[in-house]
Design a protein around this ligand. Structure first.
Ligand code: OXD
Ligand code: MN
Length: 595
């Protein structure tokens, strides 16, 4: 141990794990820059990382081609009773899962260093912050955790003798025999990968993958799956939401939290550059919101992370200039292409394609190739503090008061640009029925429509029916202080397959309408699906788009919605008796309104 650890449970847990996984060394991370630089240097020396001279202190990693995204099919929520995990989660009994994984862990760190990473989700001085300790055998994980969470000895000090923490055990699952050469990206085959959660014990065991959410355990595993279960027990919320502050020309601040599935533009919306005069945006978080009711009865949100783990492809100065500015230095790139001048590139970046690059698999690439140069789920890991529009209040211990909650997803048809729920219960109904086309953020098919309630399908750490009930309970407690709930779809397409809404900065037009609705200023018409703006209710100044496209975006296709109802019915049927009656009531009301 390089520093004193007074917490007995922590010392004991690390000792037990070390006995099981048999590493060559145990190293306690202190979170220092020197530590980061040293590990990165080692990664460069062993061929796992490539320095990027165009971006100071930045490095490119290429993963194994089989280990490129979260693996929902190998992700488990393990309670003694399958019902507690519910129909949307994979389940194995904890005894069986632990027995299987214990065998996998046995000796799995041979030839490697066991790193102990003490980290805080949330600013250390926030009452909403929670502590985790990740054990890993991956340098890549340590360096990413340095950026994505608050790592360091201060966390161990805060734990004291008897503070509680979430134990997060991770191994890439690739022990080294004596003299065996290490792989640049060690990992285990798919059938040995397990991303397991034991919410009754606040415990995470991950094995076999080194990628993103499978391995950076503070993010999806802790801050969403385990935290959602904690939040249910303790009366707060852990949501897959960005947090954004908008300031009107009059100086009124609005705080927005928005849930969209992975790779559906949360980072872009979090860093929006409004195209409407006088409105200003500040970023607070781009992926996760922890929210609790404050002393004044309003809902307050913090961003538990300290970095962005964003999708590269499609990010450009055109689509998200603030993200591009955030990753100019001190950034880890994963699975992007490498250009001949030592920079990175991905599909959808500004300017022409490079004439030649090294693709994410390390092969020569030219623009005539049919395969993309960067993996579609290539990522950047960048410190949140580097975002030019990061809010001065992004680390406020008490968080920011939320005025507006938004749900949405990718829907090529049917779902209009924006509408507002009639009330909290109707908003919960909208969240529960959210649906989206699948993306490359998970290993699986891309472009399939699936229900993704509250964008939490892969991230809810307990029975989703009980999670719906938790939303009702929070609404009951918030009463008339509850945020207003909206639903958006930036992804409508024409029959030819072209997006009909310009999106990005122009999404501010929908946001402005929401802010004005909160203040009771903007008009809306009552429709079967909710309050909808008419053209004159939206600020469309300077927007150049065909009138018929706009009309389509603001239309309610009642025929189409009638066809949607049975699909909601059958989705709800999966939850059986556990589904809150208040949702059935909402579905009945929708049917009635549709006639
Ligand atoms: C993410 C995801 O990495 O949702 O944020 O997959
Ligand atoms: Mn996410």
């Amino acid at each position: 141990m390089q520093y004193e650890v007074k917490n007995k449970r922590l010392a004991e847990w690390v000792r037990e794990v070390a006995e099981l996984v048999q590493p060559d060394d145990v190293y306690w991370c202190d979170g220092s820059k020197e530590e980061y630089d040293r590990l990165m240097q080692e990664a460069v020396e062993m061929g796992a990382a490539t320095p990027l001279p165009k971006r100071p202190n930045s490095f490119l990693f290429r993963s194994d081609p089989s280990d490129v995204a979260r693996v929902e099919a190998r992700t488990y929520i393990s309670y003694p009773d399958k019902e507690q995990a519910g129909p949307t989660n994979n389940w194995i009994h904890p005894d069986e899962l632990k027995a299987t994984m214990r065998e996998l862990y046995r000796g799995c760190m041979k030839g490697r260093t066991l790193y102990v990473i003490p980290f805080s989700m949330g600013p250390l001085d926030s009452p909403m912050a929670r502590i985790g300790i990740e054990i890993t055998d991956s340098r890549y994980v340590v360096c990413n955790m340095h950026i994505m969470t608050r790592v360091g000895t201060k966390v161990v000090e805060k734990l004291g003798e008897d503070g509680t923490f979430v134990p997060c055990l991770h191994s890439v699952g690739a022990p080294l025999e004596e003299g065996q050469q290490d792989d640049p990206w060690p990992c285990a085959p798919m059938e040995k990968k397990y991303i397991s959660h034991f919410p009754e014990e606040d415990l995470i065991w991950s094995f076999g993958s080194g990628y993103g959410g499978n391995a950076l355990l503070g993010k999806k595993c802790f801050a969403l799956r385990i935290a959602s279960a904690m939040a249910k027990r303790q009366g707060w919320m852990a949501e897959h939401m960005l947090i954004l502050r908008l300031t009107s020309p009059e100086g009124r601040q609005y705080h927005i939290a928005a849930a969209f599935p992975s790779a559906c533009g949360k980072t872009n919306l979090a860093m929006i550059q409004p195209t409407i005069e006088g409105w200003k945006a500040e970023t607070i978080g781009d992926d996760i919101a922890w929210m609790q009711i404050g002393p004044d009865g309003r809902l307050y949100a913090i961003n538990p992370e300290s970095g962005f783990f964003g999708v590269g492809p499609g990010t450009s100065y055109d689509s998200n200039p603030m993200a591009m500015e955030s990753l100019k230095e001190n950034t880890i790139m994963t699975n992007t292409a490498l250009t001949d001048d030592g920079d990175i590139w991905w599909e959808g970046m500004d300017g022409p394609k490079p004439d030649h690059a090294i693709d994410w698999k390390g092969r020569h690439w030219t623009p005539d190739k049919t395969e993309p140069a960067a993996h579609p789920n290539a990522r950047f890991t960048a410190p949140a503090s580097q975002c030019p529009i990061i809010s001065p209040d992004w680390e406020k211990p008490e968080g920011v008061p939320i005025d507006i909650l938004i749900f949405g997803g990718r829907r090529a048809s049917l779902v209009p640009l924006v509408f507002q729920s009639y009330d909290w219960d109707h908003g919960v109904f909208l969240g529960s029925t959210a649906s989206s086309e699948t993306t490359a953020a998970n290993i699986g098919s891309v472009g399939n429509l699936r229900r993704d309630p509250f964008a939490m399908t892969p991230f809810c750490g307990y029975n989703m029916a009980d999670y719906f009930q938790h939303w009702f309970d929070m609404g009951d407690r918030l009463g008339d202080k509850a945020p207003h709930i909206f639903y958006v779809n930036w992804f409508r397409k024409s029959p030819e397959g072209k997006f009909i809404w310009p999106g990005f900065g122009d999404n501010s037009r929908a946001l402005k309408w929401m802010c004005e609705r909160v203040d009771g200023k903007a008009g809306a018409r009552e429709t079967a699906i909710g309050y909808m703006p008419s053209e004159e209710d939206l600020d469309l100044t300077g927007l150049d788009m065909p009138a018929e496209d706009l009309a389509e975006l603001l239309e309610v296709d009642e025929e189409g919605w009638r066809a949607e109802v049975p699909t909601i019915d059958s989705f709800y049927a999966d939850f059986g008796e556990r589904l809150p009656e208040r949702l059935r009531e909402q579905l009945r009301k929708l049917k009635e309104r549709l006639g």
